[in-house]
Design a protein around this ligand. Sequence first.
Ligand SMILES: C[S@@+](CC[C@H](N)C(=O)[O-])C[C@H]1O[C@@H](n2cnc3c(N)ncnc32)[C@H](O)[C@@H]1O
Length: 266
Amino acid sequence: MGLDDQTRAELKLAGASWVEFNSPMSKVRAAAICGFAASAGASMLDLGCGYGKLALLAGAQHRELDVVGVDSDALAIEHGRALVVERGLEGRVRFEVGDAGVHAVPLDVAVSIGSSHAFGGTREMFASLRSLGVKGAVVGDMVWTGSASSGLKELFGELPVGSEGLAVMASEAGWVLEDASLSSMEEWDKFEGGWIEGVRRVGTIEAETFADERAEFYQEYRGIAGFGWLYLTQQVGGLEETRLGARGLQETNEPKALLVTQSNHG
Ligand SMILES: C[S@@+](CC[C@H](N)C(=O)[O-])C[C@H]1O[C@@H](n2cnc3c(N)ncnc32)[C@H](O)[C@@H]1O
């Protein structure tokens, strides 16, 4: 459909604001990521945080965590800031408009979910996160999980194969792999279904057509383009090892609860 750039951007915004997270990430997985951050240190940096829902969750679940979300989209950051006030998280969660690729606040754990393009690519993201000197990182990024047609390869570009391929890139950049997994089909279907519904709710003919096109496109890549997740650590400041220690690669579709800590504060 020949949409002008502004209409396309508005419809994408409608989709993104209708879903909890702008990536195939369940609430259980999100809670596990926040738990990993809390167990690894006192502060978490979410690069390419979008509407900041993960950062807000981390701040609400782990009151001892200092959380910073960075995104280049000023509207998304404005939205996140309003939610900080609404949820009484001032002083614990803050949002900044900025470029993930050049952001260098030295916090304990860095998170990058669906944002590798902000660093110039997946390899660049791993190198850039490592150069922040953080103890740990959580990365979610596109991978191939099935045999892609040349058309899909052209659209998505070069992707690593499975979370193993993503893990190889991370270890080449010097990261220690703690855990790896893939988004489940349930996470994907919920994400895509919600995003498409958000577009449809705009209520225009353009929105309806755009939503139909996205639904059709999703059926083309469903199960072929996947989303890999890595929990990573690195030695910092001469420490023998991080608090998390090293674990082997296990390929499952379930987010790991191993590293989750319980918050007593709700
Ligand atoms: C797919 S969304 C993921 C958002 C969020 N991590 C989530 O999972 O809900 C990618 C985000 O990266 C942001 N982004 C793109 N380029 C960026 C850059 N150079 N610096 C910071 N953020 C960027 C976009 O504005 C968008 O919010």
